[in-house]
Ligand binder design. Sequence first.
Ligand code: PRT
Ligand code: ZN
Length: 318
Amino acid sequence: MSPLAANAGRDRLRIAIQKSGRLADPARSLLAACGLSWRESRDRLFCYGESLPIDLLLVRDDDIPGLIADGVCDLGVVGRNELDEQAAERRRNGLAPAYRELRGLGFGRCRLMLAVPEHWEWRDAAQLESLRIATSYPALVNEWLQAQSVAASVVELSGSVEIAPKLGTADLICDLVSSGATLVANQLKPVETLLDSEAVLAGPVREPDDARAPLAAMLLRRLDGVLKLKDSKVLMFRANAEQVPGLLRLLPDAEPPSRLTAGVEAVNGAGAMQAAAESGLLSLQALCHGAVTWQLLEELERAGAQGLMVLSVERSLV
Ligand code: PRT
Ligand code: ZN
C-alpha cells in the first residue's frame, strides 16, 4: 500500500502491536491503562477502538517498523532491538530515517550481546578479526564492527542463533539475552553489550497534521502519566517543620521537596488535619518513585514522622 493511500482521510489513530509473543500482553495492558478499549474482530488482526478513535493492528513485531514507515500505522509498540536493526538496515541502503522512538515503555527488557564459547579468554573486540558471528541483527552487528574497526564476517540466522558455534557455522554469536539461561545452556558467555533494549513506542519521523495529531498527543500524555506512576506511591505523614529536612534525606526517590506540600490535600480527613494544625505538626505528602518498604517506614518513624500512610496512585496528569 502506498503511504498516501494508507494515510488518505484517516481520522482514527492506528497502533501496531505484536499479535502474540513477549510484547503482546504487556502492550495491551499498557494501552488499556491509558483508557483505551477495543471491540475484538473475528480474525484478531484489527481491533476497533471503542472508548476512543484509536484502533489496534495485531501483527508480527518484525513488520511494525515498516508499517510505520509506510504510513499504514501511526504508532507501534516494538522492541528497540527490532526498530534499531531496521533503522540500521535503512541507513545501509542509503534510505532516510522513517520512524523514531517516542518513549521507552519499561517492559520486554533485554540486551543485544556478543557471546563467545565459555572457554575463550575474552580481551577486546580486536580478537574478532576474521571470525564469523551468527546473529539475527546483521545491520547492528555490522555497524558495531565498523565502529570497532574490526573486519569479521556476519552470518545471518533467523533463529536458533545460539547453537551456531556448536554446529560450526559460526565462531561466536550476537543475540538477545534476558536471563542468560540460554547462553549457559549452550556453553556460551556474554562479553559485550551492543544495545540495551526494551519495548518502545515508535512513531513516524513526520507527525500527522490532521485529526490524528491531537489523539496521539493525548495518548502520549496519558502514557507518561501511567509510566511515571507505575511504581509510585504517595506517602503521607505528619512531622515538625524542623524534622522535614532529615525526613527528606530518607526519601531519595521522592519528587523534589517543592512537591512535598503541607496540609490542604491530605486525605486523612479534616479531623486529623485540624489536630495536626493544633499540635504544630505539618501534614505532608511525597510522591515516591520506587519501593516504599516497611523498613523505610520504620526509619521515617524513628526520624520523627507520625501517622505514616502509603497510598497507591491510580491516575495522574502531571
Ligand atoms: O511472531 P513475532 O515475530 O511477532 O515474534 P518473535 O518471535 O520475533 O518475538 P518474541 O515474542 O520472541 O520477542 C519479541 C521481543 O521481545 C523482542 O524483539 C525483544 O525486544 C523482546 N525480548 C525480551 C526478547 C527477549 N527478552 C528474549 N530473551 N526477545 C527474545 N528473547 C530470546 C533470545 O533471542 C534468546 O533466544 O530469548 C532467548 C534468551 O533468553 P534468556 O532468558 O535465556 O537469556
Ligand atoms: Zn519477530
